[in-house]
Write a protein that binds this ligand. Structure first.
Ligand SMILES: *[C@@H]1O[C@H](CO)[C@@H](O)[C@H](O)[C@H]1NC(C)=O
Ligand SMILES: *[C@@H]1O[C@H](CO)[C@@H](O)[C@H](O)[C@H]1NC(C)=O
Ligand SMILES: *[C@@H]1O[C@H](CO)[C@@H](O)[C@H](O)[C@H]1NC(C)=O
Ligand SMILES: *[C@@H]1O[C@H](CO)[C@@H](O)[C@H](O)[C@H]1NC(C)=O
Length: 957
C-alpha cells in the first residue's frame, strides 16, 4: 500500500535534486588529504611579509605540495606534482623563506615556484641533467631584484655529473651554472652570507668517501676554492652524513664514526673537523641520531643533536664560535623514556628548541638550559611521533608553542602548548579497499524475521509474541528517555535525526600500509578506530568482506585478518598460502545469511579459483591473464563451463556485473500512450570491455554469466587506450565511456558516454519469447532453443572530460530514479547524472510528441553538459578518487555515497529528492502549538455552541 502511494509521488517530483549550500558539511564530509608529510620539507612560514599568521607548508610522500591552516588543520591549497612530472623520484623537496612570497618545490627534473598565499604557479622550470638532488633558497638578494622573491640554488645529478644552478626568483631563468664532471657523487648545496657551497662525495682510493666542499661565487658561479675532508674511514655513502646545514650563519656538516662513539662536526668552508665524544649515558644502543639547527643567516650558531634509543631519547646542545669555528657543548636535555621529537625555530637571532615527549612539551632557549615553558601532554597515542616542526612565540617572559608532529602512520597533528588541536588523517590517502560495516543487531532482527517467515502460522505468532516480550525489558529505559527525546527533537533545527534510518553507517577501510580504519559516515566521517594490522608498506589488500559485527580483510598472499567492526580488535589472522591471488571474489553477500555462508574465493592470475565452489549460488566469471573471460559453475572448480575469447588482438580489460543489491521496482516502462515496454531483466548480465591497443579498437560485449552467450556487442574505433575506459551496469541498462571516434561523423573525436537499454521486445505490450514465465533457464528452455536476445536501444553523448570510474546509486527498493555516478579526474569532482537524462529513447532531431513529453522525454542533444546541480561533490575539490561505493539506507529516497582512493569523500544522494523526509523548514513546535490552540478553541467554543443550540431549540418550540 505504502509502495503504491510512494510510486506516483516519486514520479511527480522533479527528479533532479541538487545539493543546497546549507547542506554542505551537513550531509557530506570530505577529508582533503596530502599524504604523509616529508620531514625535511615541512615548515611554518608567513605567506607574505604583510601577514602575521603563519601557514604550515609541506610536500608529501605522494608529491603533493600543500598549505594547511595551523589553526584548524584545513587545507588552504594543494598542487599535485606527480600529475605533471613524468617520473617523480622520491617525494620531492619544498623550500620557503620568511619574507619570500613564494615556496619553491622540486620533483623529478622540474622546479616550480608557487605563490605561498594561494598556491598559484609563478614559474616552472625543467632542468636537463637529471633529477633535482637538492634545492635551497638564497636569503640574501641583490638590490636590483624585487624584495619578496629570492633566487633558488638547485643541484641536479645524473651519470656522475653534478650541476649547480642559480635560478632567478621571479622568472625561474638560469642565471649561471656550475658543472662538476669529476665523477664525484653530487650531494647537497649550502650557503653562507658570502659563498655558495657545493658538497660532493669523492670516492677514496680504497673505500669510503671524502667530503669535498667547493665554494662558488654567488654572483658569477665561478669556483673560488675547494676543501677536501678526510672522512673516508667514516663515510660509506650519503646516508652516513647526518646533517648538512643550509642558509645558516655557520653552515655545518655533521657525521659520526662507524661505531657511533664520536660526533664529527665541520663548519663548511673550513678544513677543521671537531670530534665530540658521544656520551652514551643511557647505556642503550643508539638507534637514530638527528641534528637540528636553525635555518637563518642572522641566528645564533647553535645546534642540537638528538639521540634516540629503543626505549627513550636524550639531546645535547652545542655552540659554535663563529670566528674560530670551535664547537663546544652547552648543556643537555635529559634522557626520557618513550617517544621524543625535537623541533627548532628562531625569533630574530634567538634559537628555541621544542621537545615533545609522551608526557609533556618543553621549550628551551639554545643559550641556556632553563625551561621557558612546560605543558603536560593531553593524549598518549600508540602512534609514535617521528618528526616535528615548531612555531614558538614569546610575549615578555611567557612563551607559547605550537608544534606539528608527523606520526609513524603518516598522520599529522598540531599540538598547541601540550594540547592536541587537530589531527589530519593523512594515512587514509593510501586506502585501497572499503566495505560498509554490517551491524550485529540489525542482522539479529533480520534473522528473527526470517525464522518467523519460515514457521507455521501459529509457530510464527508464538515466536513473535516471545520476541516482543523480550523487547519489553527495554521499555522502562525507552520511557525514561521519551521526554528528553521529545524536547530535543522539537528544539533542534534538524527536524529529524535520521541516524536510526541507516544514514549513519560505518565503513571499514584498509590501506596498503597495513592499517585498517572505521569511519562513521553519519558524523562527518570521523575515525571511530584505527589499527595497524600489519607492519608493512606494501599490504596487498584484495577485498574486504563485512559480516555482522566483523570485517575480514583478504590479501593477495592468501592470508586474511578479521577485525571486530565496532572496536577494531583483531579477532583472527589466517596465515598466507603458497598461491598468489589475483583477485578475491566475494559470494553470497546478502543479508540474512550467517557469517559462514558469506564466503570469499581467491582467484589465481590465470583465472582459476583456488577453493571449491560449493557455496556458489549464482555464477562466477573471472578474467585470465591472457585476456580471456572464464565462466564457472558450482560443480567444478578445475575447468570452466565456458570461456569467452574476444576477437584477435583484443584483450579483456574489465568485466562488470549488476550490483548484488539491484532491486527492480517495475518490470516495464509505461509509455505516454499507456502501453508498456517490458524490460529485459536478466540477473546474470556481465558487461565485458576488451581493447585492441594496436588498432585502437574497443569492444563492449554483453554476456549471460551462466551460459557465456553473447547477448549484444559493439565495437568502437579510434579509441585511445591510454585514456580511461569505464563501464557500469544496473537493472536493464548499461553505460560505458571512452575517448574515441563519434559514431556518425568518424572525423570527430571526443570523450563519449554511451547508454544502452535492454527490452524484451521492440514491440510495446509484447513480452517476447519468454512471455510471463515465472522462471527461465540460461542454458535451455522447454522449446529447446537458447536464451532470447534483448532488444537494445543505444544512444551516445559527447562529454567534455574523461570519466575514470562509474557506479550506480542504490536505494532500498529501486523505486527512486537511479543516478549514474561518474568520477571526473580532470576537474576533481563526482557527478550523479540522472538516468532520465541518459534515456536513449530521447527523440533525435525533432521535438518530443505530447505522448513522449508526458513520458518525460526531451529532445536529444549530442553534447551532454554536466549540470551544476548534478555535482555531488558541490564545489569541493575531491582529488584522486579511484572507487565510488553506494549503499541503500532504510529511507527509499536516500542512497549513501562513499568515495576513496586519494581523498575521502562521503555524501547522501537523493536522486528523486528526499520525498520521505520532512524538510528543514518544517517546524514541529509550530505544529504542536497549532494543535494545542485548536484544541483550546474547541474546548472553549463547544459549551457556547451547545448552549446556543439548546437556546435555539427552546426558541423554535
Ligand atoms: C600584525 O600584528 C601587528 C601587531 O601585533 C598589528 O598591528 C597588525 O595589524 C597585524 N597585521 C595583520 C595583517 O594582521
Ligand atoms: C652504549 O652503551 C651500551 C652499554 O655500555 C653498549 O652496549 C652500546 O653499544 C653503546 N652504544 C653506542 C652507540 O656506543
Ligand atoms: C565486538 O566488540 C564488542 C564490544 O566489545 C562486543 O560487544 C562484540 O560482541 C564484539 N563482536 C565480535 C564479533 O566479536
Ligand atoms: C520453473 O519452471 C519449470 C518448468 O516450467 C517448473 O517445473 C518449475 O517448478 C519452475 N520453478 C519455479 C521455482 O517456479
Amino acid at each position: 500500500m505504502r509502495l503504491q502511494v510512494v510510486l506516483p509521488l516519486a514520479a511527480c517530483l522533479s527528479p533532479v535534486a541538487a545539493i543546497f549550500s546549507d547542506e554542505v558539511n551537513h550531509i557530506d564530509f570530505h577529508h582533503a588529504l596530502l599524504g604523509a608529510p616529508s620531514p625535511d620539507s615541512t615548515f611554518f612560514l608567513k605567506p607574505s611579509s604583510s601577514s602575521n599568521a603563519s601557514l604550515l607548508y609541506t610536500i608529501s610522500e605522494k608529491s603533493i605540495v600543500g598549505a594547511v591552516n595551523p589553526r584548524d588543520g584545513s587545507l588552504i591549497w594543494r598542487q599535485d606534482l606527480g600529475r605533471f612530472s613524468s617520473s617523480p623520484t622520491g617525494p620531492g623537496i619544498l623550500r620557503g623563506l620568511d619574507g619570500n612570497s613564494a615556496v619553491v618545490s622540486a620533483a623529478g627534473d622540474s622546479i616550480s615556484s608557487w605563490s605561498a598565499q594561494d598556491g598559484k604557479l609563478i614559474w616552472e622550470s625543467r632542468l636537463y641533467g637529471g633529477a633535482v638532488a637538492d634545492l635551497e633558497l638564497l636569503e640574501l638578494h641583490d638590490a636590483s631584484e624585487s624584495p619578496d622573491s629570492r633566487d633558488a640554488i638547485a643541484l641536479t645529478y645524473s651519470d656522475g655529473t653534478g650541476v649547480v644552478r642559480r635560478l632567478d626568483g621571479d622568472l625561474g631563468k638560469t642565471k649561471w651554472e656550475y658543472k662538476d664532471t669529476s665523477g664525484d657523487m653530487a650531494f647537497q648545496v649550502s650557503s653562507s652570507p658570502t659563498e655558495i657551497f657545493y658538497i660532493s662525495l669523492q670516492p677514496a682510493l680504497l673505500k669510503g668517501y671524502r667530503i669535498k666542499v667547493t665554494a662558488l661565487d654567488p654572483v658569477t658561479g665561478r669556483q673560488s676554492r675547494h676543501v677536501i675532508l678526510n672522512s673516508e674511514s667514516d663515510v660509506t655513502g650519503q646516508e652516513s652524513i647526518l646533517f648538512v646545514g643550509a642558509n645558516t650563519a655557520s653552515p655545518l656538516i655533521v657525521w659520526t664514526d662507524k661505531s657511533l662513539k664520536t660526533l664529527k662536526v665541520n663548519v663548511i668552508g673550513t678544513k677543521h673537523v671537531t670530534s665530540l665524544p658521544i656520551d652514551n649515558a643511557s647505556g642503550l644502543d643508539i638507534g637514530e641520531i638527528t641534528v637540528h639547527a636553525p635555518r637563518k643567516l642572522n641566528s645564533l650558531a647553535h645546534f642540537l643533536v638528538h639521540y634516540k634509543t629503543k626505549s627513550g631519547a636524550w639531546a645535547e646542545v652545542y655552540h659554535v664560535d663563529m670566528k674560530s669555528s670551535v664547537v663546544t657543548k652547552a648543556y643537555n636535555l635529559p634522557y626520557l623514556q618513550g617517544q621524543s621529537v625535537v623541533a627548532t625555530n628562531n625569533i630574530n637571532a634567538n634559537v628555541y628548541f621544542t621537545r615533545v615527549t609522551d608526557a609533556e612539551a618543553v621549550v628551551v632557549s639554545s643559550a641556556s638550559h632553563g625551561i621557558l615553558g612546560r605543558w603536560k601532554a593531553d593524549v598518549s597515542t600508540s602512534d609514535p611521533a617521528l618528526h616535528a616542526v615548531a612555531d614558538v612565540v614569546t610575549k615578555g617572559k611567557t612563551v607559547a608553542v605550537r608544534s606539528a608532529v608527523i606520526r609513524e602512520s603518516g598522520d599529522w597533528s598540531l599540538i598547541r602548548n601540550g594540547h592536541t588541536e587537530w589531527t589530519r588523517p593523512e594515512a587514509l590517502v593510501h586506502t585501497v579497499a572499503a566495505a560498509w560495516a554490517v551491524e550485529e543487531d540489525l542482522e539479529d532482527l533480520a534473522h528473527e524475521l526470517e525464522i518467523e517467515g519460515h514457521e507455521s502460522l501459529v509457530g510464527a505468532y508464538i515466536h513473535r509474541v516471545k520476541r516482543h516480550l523480550r523487547d519489553l525489558q527495554y521499555f522502562p529505559e525507552w520511557l525514561k528517555d521519551l521526554p528528553k527525546r521529545i524536547v530535543t527533537s522539537m528544539l533542534s533545527d534538524e527536524v529529524s535525526n535520521l541516524d536510526s534510518f541507516g544514514v549513519a553507517q560505518s565503513i571499514i577501510l584498509a590501506t596498503d600500509k597495513g592499517r585498517v580504519y572505521a569511519l562513521d559516515t553519519g558524523r562527518h566521517g570521523i575515525i571511530k578506530w584505527a589499527i595497524q594490522a600489519e607492519k608493512t608498506s606494501d599490504w596487498d589488500v584484495k577485498a574486504i568482506l563485512a559480516n555482522p559485527g566483523s570485517a575480514e580483510v583478504f590479501l593477495g598472499d592468501g592470508s586474511s585478518v578479521r577485525v571486530n567492526s565496532s572496536t577494531g580488535e583483531i579477532l583472527a589472522k589466517s596465515p598466507p598460502t603458497d598461491v598468489k591471488l589475483q583477485t578475491i571474489a566475494t559470494i553470497n553477500q546478502q543479508a540474512g545469511l550467517s557469517a559462514a555462508q558469506n564466503g570469499a574465493i581467491g582467484i589465481r592470475g590465470d583465472g582459476t579459483p583456488v577453493a571449491p565452489l560449493d557455496l556458489l549460488s549464482g555464477f562466477l566469471v573471472t578474467t585470465s591473464s591472457d585476456g580471456r573471460l572464464l565462466g564457472w559453475a558450482r560443480k567444478d572448480s578445475k575447468f570452466p563451463v565456458w570461456d569467452f575469447v574476444p576477437p584477435a588482438g583484443q584483450k579483456v580489460v574489465k568485466a562488470v556485473s549488476r550490483p548484488s543489491h539491484d532491486p527492480v521496482a517495475s518490470i516495464g516502462k509505461v509509455l505516454g500512450d499507456r502501453s508498456v515496454l517490458y524490460k529485459y531483466l536478466n540477473p546474470n548480465l556481465v558487461l565485458v570491455t576488451a581493447v585492441n591497443e594496436q588498432e585502437h579498437i574497443a569492444g563492449f560485449y554483453l554476456l549471460d554469466g551462466v551460459s557465456g552467450k553473447v547477448l549484444h556487442s559493439v565495437s568502437r574505433a579510434g579509441v585511445d587506450p591510454t585514456q580511461p575506459i569505464t563501464s557500469a551496469i544496473s537493472e536493464n541498462w548499461f553505460a560505458y565511456s571512452f575517448f574515441g571516434d563519434a559514431l556518425e561523423e568518424s572525423s570527430a573525436k571526443g570523450y563519449q558516454l554511451v547508454v544502452s537499454e535492454l527490452y524484451e521486445s521492440p514491440i510495446v505490450n509484447d513480452r517476447g519469447p519468454l512471455g510471463s514465465a515465472g522462471n527461465f533457464s540460461s542454458l535451455h528452455n522447454e522449446r529447446g532453443d537458447s536464451l532470447p536476445l534483448p532488444h537494445v536501444v543505444s544512444q551516445s553523448f559527447v562529454i567534455a572530460e574523461p570519466i575514470s570510474h562509474m557506479a550506480v546509486t542504490q536505494t532500498r527498493q529501486g523505486i527512486t530514479i537511479r543516478q549514474l555516478l561518474c568520477v571526473l579526474p580532470s576537474s576533481n569532482a563526482i557527478v550523479g547524472i540522472p538516468r532520465h537524462v541518459l534515456d536513449p529513447r530521447r527523440p533525435v532531431d525533432r521535438d518530443p510528441t505530447s505522448a513522449e513529453a508526458e513520458e518525460g522525454l526531451f529532445r536529444y542533444a549530442p553534447f551532454l553538459e554536466f549540470d551544476g546541480r548534478w555535482y555531488l561533490s558541490h564545489s569541493r575539490d575531491v582529488a584522486g578518487i579511484k572507487t565510488v561505493l553506494s549503499q541503500p539506507t532504510l529511507l527509499e529516497s536516500t542512497s549513501l555515497i562513499f568515495a576513496f582512493g586519494g581523498d575521502i569523500f562521503g555524501t547522501r544522494a537523493t536522486p528523486s529528492q528526499a520525498f520521505d523526509i520532512l524538510g528543514k523548514s518544517f517546524s514541529k513546535l509550530q505544529l504542536v502549538l497549532t494543535v494545542v490552540a485548536l484544541t483550546g478553541g474547541v474546548m472553549f467554543l463547544a459549551p457556547m455552541a451547545r448552549a446556543k443550540q439548546v437556546n435555539m431549540l427552546w426558541k423554535s418550540t
